[in-house]
Structures are given as structure tokens and as C-alpha cells.
Design a protein around this ligand. Structure first.
Ligand code: NDP
Length: 418
């Protein structure tokens, strides 16, 4: 088997397909599917050993009103109900006057880490004394970002304990996510440390913490809007606030609470060609910022208003990375009317808040399954091979079935076809 994969990276996608098919016994129809989805454009250069292009559906969430602007938001996800819930949540929040969002700051931090430090103060003093030289080295390593009005802003040291010290560089990365430009600058800083301080560095890399790109979305919903009848509305508001509180108290619930938020956040981050792993890790770290993992959003009931707030680290970019290579990103930015990275940060966090509102409201009223069921049945229908024409009929049958499952879906599909 090993011989077949030798020099695999040098093969064309067609040759790789032939090798994979041969080694793993892919059928002709399976090979055809892989071939059909392969593209000849830049996508094949984005990753190593390119074989084909994996597709995900994109939908549009509607009804978003953020800072008095109306938005429609492209979302890429494989999960049914997410886009419907975001649109539904956004509609209710728009009716309440819409979401207000702010970007607290937009800077990126990177680390040059030193090991075997005997006296922290010696490094701390040296960095303080040489900070201009270190910042200059960073500037010279990536002068174009300085020309764009950004670049290195400050440098500081932190004692990590056990002889480890982090030299933190803070950079204004303008409209980019900034990972590569930051890493280039950090390596230049590390060179100065090694050559002048004569201390070996362990590694240099950006931090994905994103704590200098915090973005907040907030909304106040009149309680009366939550149900037709006053007493019921009060009950819904109380239950949403309680569900939110549980996510502050119980990490087990907080994980699920936050997963619901990330359903919306990731889908927009992906549609905008950004690194969703970076946003995921930053968000979950922020959820544990005080030492306990907690819900990222909070809903509080005061008088006749239910107020929700969500703050997330949102170090995304509107240029660079994969944004120009993925063919749909430019169009998606246009659909969402995104003019700046700050605007995108605010829209993404607003989607997270609307998603969370819709999920909590469903959870404490009808339960999560009622809304999801039809979508899940659609997935079930597709998974047993129903065509686009057959899906609605099969879903209708499955709704009536006492125990909709794969076996019953196959049986009902057979009946529809005969
Ligand atoms: P790039 O390396 O593509 O750098 C951004 C580029 O955009 C720069 O070269 C810059 O050009 C150009 N640019 C054009 N207009 C602007 C503007 N207004 N502001 C800023 N830059 C502009 O991308 P990033 O450095 O942003 O890195 C992002 C990628 O790095 C992502 O794909 C991510 O997955 C990946 N990555 C992530 C890591 C992590 O998260 N830990 C680690 C390593 C990589 P010019 O040079 O002319 O200034």
C-alpha cells in the first residue's frame, strides 16, 4: 500500500483519484462523484494532496436588524433548522427594535516564548529597554501593514512560571485576520531576542485568544412581545432568564448553550471564508475566562424587558487567508453588505445572539424537537435516497408515523414509489 502513496503530493488530482480508487476499491459511481466535485481552480491549491471539493449547503438568514441597518446573512451549515431559527430569532429581535452591537477593539496578540529563564525581571527589564528596537524589527518584517495604517502597537512580558516567559506583541492587523503577518513579525522579534539578548526562544506564534477583538451584541425585548397573553409572556421571559442562568451555573449545560450560539456564528464565519477553528477556540476560552466554563450569553429580566447580551472574541478578517480564493466569499460579503471587518464582527455576534434567543425560547416553550422535527425528517428522507420530488411526500408520511426511523422511511419510500 505504501508504494501507492509515494510522492502522492506530486500527483495531479486525477492521478490521486486513480490511486485512491485502486488502493481502496472505490466503485465507478463513487469515483464519478469525487471527479464531479473536483475543481480545476485555485481551490485545488488551497490544501495539500487535493482530491475533490467537499460541498456544504449555503442558505440566507433574513430579518436581521443591527445598529439600525437591515441585513441578510449567508450561512453555511449542514445542520437543519439553524438558518430557520436564526431568521426567526432575528425577526423577533428586529420587532423589539433590533440588536445593538459594538466592537471593543480590533487588535491581535502574538507570543514569543522563552524557556529556562532564571530571573523574570532580567527579561522584563531588557524588553522594556529595547521595546523600540523590537517594535521596529516587527515593522520592518511586514512594512506593508504599516503603510496600511496598522502594524505593531505595543510589547510586554508575562511570567508564565516554571522558567517560561512570554513576550507579547500587539498588532493592528487592519482588515486581515493577521495570523501570517503576525507570525512573520514574531519571528523577527525572536531573532532580535536571540541575537541581542542571547536567549534562545522556544516558539513564536499568534495567540488565538482574541481577547483584544471582543465584540458585543445586545438587545432588549419587551416581555409583552413574547406571547399573546400577558401571563404567558411573563412566564416565557422568566423561563428564558432562568435557562440562561443555568448556563452560568452548570458547565454541562453551558457547553450546549454555547454550541447553539456557535451554530450561527460558525455558519457565518464559514460563509465569509474565515478560520472557524480560531473562532471556536477563542470563544470557548472566553467562556471560561473567570475559571469556570459558562454560557457566553446572558438574558436578564428587569421590569418589562428581557435583555440579552453576548460578547465574543471575533478576530476575523475580510481580506487575506482564504477570503479571495473561496469563490463565494466576495459574493457573500456583498450579500451581507459588509463594508469593514468591524461590521462583519458585529453581524456575526448578532447572529449568535439571535440564534441563542430562538433556541432558548423554543427550549422553554414548545421544546427543541417540535421545530427541529420537520427538518430532521427531511434529512432522514434524503438519507434513504428520496429525490427532491419525493422528499415532501415522504416527510408528510413520516410526520404521521409513530416511530419515524430509517427502516420506516425506507418502507414508506417504497410505498410512495409503487
Ligand atoms: P494573509 O497571509 O493572506 O495576509 C493578509 C494579506 O491581506 C496581507 O498580505 C495584505 O497584503 C493583504 N491585505 C490587503 N488589504 C488589506 C487590509 N486592508 N488590511 C490588512 N491586510 C490587507 O492572511 P492573514 O495573515 O490574515 O492570515 C490568515 C490565515 O492564516 C487564515 O487562513 C488562517 O487559517 C491562517 N493561519 C491561522 C493560524 C492560527 O489561527 N493559529 C496559524 C497560521 C495560519 P500586504 O502584504 O500587501 O499588506
Amino acid at each position: 500500500m505504501e508504494a501507492g502513496y509515494s510522492q502522492f503530493y506530486k500527483r495531479t488530482p486525477e492521478e490521486r483519484l486513480a490511486i485512491i480508487a485502486d488502493q481502496l476499491g472505490l466503485s465507478k459511481p463513487e469515483q464519478q462523484v469525487l471527479k464531479q466535485h473536483a475543481t480545476a481552480d485555485d481551490l485545488s491549491l488551497l490544501v495539500e494532496n487535493y482530491l475533490t471539493t467537499y460541498q456544504l449547503p449555503e442558505g440566507i438568514a433574513v430579518n436581521f436588524r443591527v445598529n439600525d441597518h437591515d441585513y441578510v446573512v449567508p450561512m453555511v451549515t449542514e445542520e437543519p433548522s439553524v438558518i430557520a431559527a436564526a431568521s426567526n430569532g432575528a425577526k423577533q429581535l428586529a420587532k423589539a427594535g433590533g440588536i445593538k452591537a459594538t466592537v471593543n477593539s480590533r487588535l491581535l496578540t502574538g507570543q514569543v516564548v522563552l524557556s529556562d529563564v532564571k530571573v523574570f525581571a532580567s527579561i522584563d527589564d531588557w524588553v522594556a529597554l529595547h521595546q523600540n528596537e523590537l517594535l521596529d524589527a516587527a515593522r520592518q518584517a511586514h512594512p506593508s501593514i504599516v503603510k496600511r495604517g496598522g502594524g505593531p502597537k505595543s510589547i510586554r512580558t508575562r511570567d508564565l512560571g516554571e522558567g517560561f516567559v512570554s513576550i507579547d506583541l500587539v498588532v493592528d492587523v487592519k482588515a486581515a485576520m493577521g495570523a501570517n503577518m503576525m507570525n512573520t513579525m514574531l519571528e523577527a522579534v525572536a531573532d532580535v531576542v536571540q541575537n541581542k539578548l542571547h536567549h534562545t526562544t522556544l516558539f513564536s506564534i499568534l495567540s488565538n485568544a482574541g481577547d483584544q477583538s471582543l465584540t458585543t451584541a445586545t438587545v432588549s425585548v419587551p416581555v409583552a412581545q413574547l406571547a399573546d397573553e400577558q401571563q404567558k409572556a411573563q412566564q416565557v421571559a422568566t423561563r428564558i432568564a432562568q435557562a440562561s442562568r443555568i448556563a452560568q451555573l452548570d458547565p454541562m449545560r453551558a457547553v450546549t448553550h454555547n454550541k447553539g450560539i456557535m451554530n450561527g456564528v460558525d455558519a457565518v464565519v464559514l460563509a465569509m471564508g474565515n478560520d472557524w477553528r480560531a473562532i471556536e477556540s477563542a470563544s470557548h476560552a472566553y467562556a471560561a475566562v473567570d475559571g469556570q466554563y459558562r454560557g457566553l450569553s446572558q438574558w436578564q429580566l428587569e421590569d418589562d424587558q428581557l435583555t440579552g447580551t453576548l460578547t465574543l472574541p471575533m478576530p476575523i478578517g475580510t481580506v487575506g487567508g482564504a477570503t479571495k480564493v473561496l469563490p463565494l466569499v466576495g459574493i457573500n460579503q456583498k450579500i451581507a453588505s459588509i463594508d469593514s471587518p468591524e461590521e462583519l464582527m458585529m453581524v456575526i455576534v448578532s447572529v449568535g445572539l439571535a440564534q441563542n434567543f430562538a433556541a432558548l425560547k423554543a427550549l422553554v416553550t414548545s421544546g427543541i424537537q417540535q421545530g427541529h422535527m420537520k427538518m430532521q425528517l427531511r434529512s432522514l428522507a434524503m438519507s434513504v435516497g428520496a429525490s427532491a420530488v419525493e422528499v415532501p411526500a415522504l416527510v408528510n408520511q413520516l410526520i404521521k408515523a409513530s416511530d419515524p426511523n430509517e427502516a420506516s422511511a425506507r418502507r414508506l419510500l417504497e410505498q410512495i414509489r409503487n
